[in-house]
Design a protein around this ligand. Sequence first.
Ligand code: ASP
Length: 336
Amino acid sequence: MNWLQIFIYTLIIFITASCTQENKEIRNVIKHPVLVIHGGAGTILKESMSPDLENQYREKLIEALEVGYDTLLKGGKSVDAVVLTIQVLENSPLFNAGIGAVFTHDGKNELDASIMDGSTGIAGAVAGVSTIKSPIEAAYSVMTESEHVLLSGKGAEEFAKKKGLEIVDPKYFYTEKRHEQLKRMLNSEKEQADSKFGTVGAVALDIYGNLAAGTSTGGMTNKRYGRIGDSPLIGAGTYADNNTCAVSATGHGEYFIRNLVAYDIAARMKYQQKKLESSATEVIKELKLKGGSGGVICLDTNGNISTPFNTTGMYRGYIQAADSAKVFIYANNYEK
Ligand code: ASP
């Protein structure tokens, strides 16, 4: 082979390689991103909601959807969109996550959160933390910067501090509304209809076709003995796998733990070749039969969305194109 032939060969190999690379990149970025969120399920009735409060919920859900979607449109990963979306809701006193979290029996706020990356199967979570401003960010750090999946209490707080996350005084999470709910429960008055919910969650599909799911919560009012719910438990309150779906749950945690709700939805898709919609609705119906109330938001890699719940309402919404955020609150279609 003379020098000219070697040169031509090298040139051909170089051109072919760069074309293949370019095609691969084009193929990988043609997907439309999708983001779905929830802000808790429970007894949510239009007749007990003031128009002003309803607006506040709608506006905050839309803001969260737009923040996350902007990240996805700019090429951000689904895990990043999940964190940024959930942080908007954690920073709002309207929801039972971050500021506005419910109180424990002892008058404290103990927060739980988890996140899972559907492209790699890695996951991170924190449970029972009282000084980490953004539990979902801490869950992300556990996932990406530790060899563990779930850190709890003081250890999780020490880890977050070491990683440079924002640490706050436990009083930061206090809101009068949630404190009043605890007082009412302690006085064994009838529990207020909205005292148990407000957990937040997000599932996202990015332009690379990767899924992620995350959930953040204060748990349940009047919880005691270091009770941990489903939200920080992978497979119960949160799950993501590119081969099946991404799921974030909200509701009575004990039932979601016993029934591995998030994973059960993915498992029906995996082992029974069921579609997202039938897997999710079946699981939530069966949960109700067992006494478990709540709902899930689910998303697959084709951008299919399913948001079944067995309560009278679930704060929820999705966005599939810029400026097209849709939010819903009630079970019946008042919204339409
Ligand atoms: N699932 C949460 C828990 O049991 C509560 C909720 O979603 O409202 O801690």
